[in-house]
Write a protein that binds this ligand. Structure first.
Ligand code: GDP
Ligand code: IMO
Ligand code: MG
Length: 437
C-alpha cells in the first residue's frame, strides 16, 4: 500500500505560510509531528478571524481528532511550551496527554542556552547571524557535545535533574562569565522551575518514535510539519546564516524516528515573493518602496520576534534547488493576494556572477549573485474572495502558470488570504485539498 503520509516544508527562508496548510491537512491526519527546530518557529493559523501563533506546539492542535507530537529532533523549551499551552487553554483549546506527546529524547533548551545565544550575537556585532535568541544553536551544540546535554526524559527524575542542572549549570556559568562577563544564573531557581515543569509534562513524555513507527505500519496517516525554510537548513542553506537543524524533508526520518519511506507526499510551501528575517545574503531583496509595499500588505513582521522581515521578489532559482532537495511533489503557492496593486511583478529565474550566468544553483554564491528577472504584468483586483483558479484575474493566472513552468512542478493550492478558507485548489493530487474546488 502506498504511504499516505504528508510532509509540509518551507522552500524559502521560513514564514512561507506552513501553519495554514498544515492546519488544512491536519483535518485528514491522525498525527501531526514536528521534527526540527524549536521555539524559533512561529506558525500562524487564522480561524474565523481568530489568530493563533504556534511556536512549539504542532499546528494540528486545533483539530480535535489529531495527536500532536514534538519529535526527538526538536529542541524543547519547557517554560515556553507551558506558556503556549496555557494561552491555548485560555482560548478553549484542550491540550493534554491525549493530544500532545513529547519525545523522551528531545533535547531541552535551558536558560544558559538563551543567555549564550544573546551574548554571542551581541559580541558578533555586525557579523551577527540575527537569530531569534531562543537558544536554538547553543542547545543543538550541546546535543552534539553530549556531556552537557539534558533531555526530556531527564524531567522524569527530579533528583537526577537537579544534579544535572547543578553540575552543567556551574560549567555554563563559568563559561558565560569568562567569555561575556555575564552574571551567574541562579541554578537553584532553575532546578526548582524545571522540576515543577517536569511534573506537569511527565504524562506527555513518551517513546514517540516507537509510537509513530507502529502507527505508520498500521496505515494511520502522519503529517510531518517542517519548521523554518530549506534555505535555512544547517547543511544545504546559506551557511553560516542558517538555523541549526535539518529542516528539509531529509530531516524527517532522523528527527521523528521513522523510516525514510514514511515521509510520504512532500508539499513545499512557496510564498509568492520572498522574505528573510535576520542576516545573510538575499539576492532578490527590495530594500525600497516595493519591499515596503509588500511588507505592509503582507504584514511581514516576525511571528516569533516581531522583527520587520526583509522583502523581495520571488526567487525561483533558489526554490528549484530546494524543491529538488526534498523532491517536492506539489507546491503550495501562498500569499498571492499580497502582490495585488503592483504594476509589474518579477520572478528571478537565474543568477549572474561576474557577468556570467550561473549554470547550477550553489548556496555559497548568493553573496555575489545578481538576479536575472522575468517581468510580468501585475494586477489590481483583490484576490481574497477568489475560490477557483478561474476567479483570478488573467495576470495572476499567468503568474501562477509561470511559477509552474519555471519550477517544473505543479502548484497544488494557491493562498489568497490568511483565513482557513482562503485557498484555491489548483493542480493538487491530494483529495482533501482538491475538495476545496
Ligand atoms: P509559517 O512560519 O510558514 O507558518 O508562516 P508565518 O505564520 O510565520 O507567516 C505567514 C503569514 O502569512 C501569517 O501571518 C499567515 O496568517 C499569513 N498567511 C498565510 N497564507 C496566506 C495567504 O495566502 N495570504 C495572506 N494574505 N496571508 C497568508
Ligand atoms: P518558521 O518555522 C523565519 C532564522 C532567524 C535567523 C536564523 C537563525 O516560522 O518558518 P535561530 O534562532 O534558528 O538560530 O536563527 O534562522 N529563523 C527563521 N526565520 N522563520 C522561521 O521559522 C525561523 N526560524 C529561524 O531569523 O536568521
Ligand atoms: Mg513563521
Amino acid at each position: 500500500m502506498a504511504c499516505a503520509n504528508f510532509t509540509v516544508i518551507g522552500l524559502q527562508w521560513g514564514d512561507e505560510g506552513k501553519g495554514k496548510v498544515v492546519d488544512r491537512l491536519a483535518e485528514a491526519s491522525r498525527y501531526v509531528v514536528r521534527y526540527c527546530g524549536g521555539a524559533n518557529a512561529g506558525h500562524t493559523i487564522v480561524v474565523g478571524g481568530q489568530r493563533f501563533a504556534l511556536h512549539l506546539i504542532p499546528c494540528g492542535i486545533l483539530r480535535p481528532s489529531t495527536v500532536n507530537v514534538i519529535g526527538n529532533g526538536v529542541v524543547f523549551d519547557p517554560p515556553v511550551a507551558m506558556e503556549e499551552i496555557t494561552r491555548l487553554r485560555a482560548r478553549g483549546v484542550s491540550v493534554g496527554p491525549e493530544n500532545l506527546l513529547i519525545s523522551r529524547t528531545a533535547h531541552l533548551v535551558m536558560p544558559w542556552h538563551k543567555a549564550e545565544d544573546a551574548a554571542s550575537e551581541q559580541a558578533l556585532g555586525d557579523a551577527k547571524i540575527g537569530t531569534t535568541a531562543r537558544g536554538i544553536g547553543p542547545c543543538y551544540a550541546d546535543k552534539a557535545r553530549r556531556s552537557t546535554a539534558i533531555r526530556a526524559e531527564d524531567l522524569l527524575d527530579a533528583a537526577a535533574l537537579t544534579e544535572k542542572i547543578r553540575t552543567i549549570g556551574q560549567r555554563k556559568n563559568t563559561l558565560l562569565a569568562a567569555l561575556y562577563g555575564a552574571e551567574p544564573l541562579n541554578l537553584n531557581a532553575i532546578a526548582e522551575q524545571y522540576a515543577t515543569l517536569g511534573r506537569e509534562f511527565a504524562p506527555m513524555i513518551a517513546d514517540t518514535g516507537g509510537l509513530l513507527r507502529k502507527a505508520n505500519a498500521a496505515g494511520k496517516r502522519i503529517l510531518f510539519e517542517g519548521g523554518q525554510g530549506s534555505m535555512l537548513d544547517i547543511d544545504h542553506g546559506t551557511y553560516p546564516f542558517v538555523t541549526s537543524s535539518s529542516v528539509t524533508a531529509c530531516g524527517v526520518p532522523a528527527g521523528a524516528g521513522v523510516p525514510p519511506s514514511a515521509v510520504g507526499r512532500v508539499v513545499g510551501l512557496v510564498k509568492a515573493y520572498t522574505t528573510r528575517v535576520g542576516s545573510g545574503p538575499f539576492p532578490t531583496e527590495q530594500d525600497n518602496e516595493t519591499g515596503n509595499y509588500i511588507r505592509q500588505r503582507g504584514r511581514e513582521y516576525g511571528t516569533t520576534t516581531g522583527r520587520p522581515r526583509r522583502c523581495g521578489w520571488l526567487d525561483l532559482f533558489a526554490v528549484r534547488y530546494t524543491a529538488d532537495l526534498s523532491d517536492v511533489a506539489e507546491v503550495a503557492l501562498a500569499l498571492l493576494d499580497v502582490l495585488g496593486g503592483l504594476k509589474e511583478v518579477r520572478i528571478c529565474t537565474g543568477y549572474r556572477v561576474a557577468g556570467r550566468c550561473v549554470e547550477a544553483f550553489d548556496p555559497t554564491l548568493l553573496g555575489v549573485a545578481e538576479p536575472v528577472y522575468e517581468t510580468l504584468a501585475g494586477w489590481e483586483a483583490e484576490l481574497g474572495q477568489c475560490r477557483t483558479f478561474a476567479d483570478l484575474p488573467d495576470a495572476a493566472r499567468r503568474y501562477v502558470d509561470r511559477v509552474e513552468a519555471i519550477l517544473g512542478r505543479p502548484v497544488g493550492v494557491i493562498g489568497v488570504g490568511p483565513e482557513r478558507e482562503q485557498m484555491i485548489a489548483h493542480h493538487t493530487e491530494v483529495p482533501e485539498l482538491a475538495e476545496l474546488r
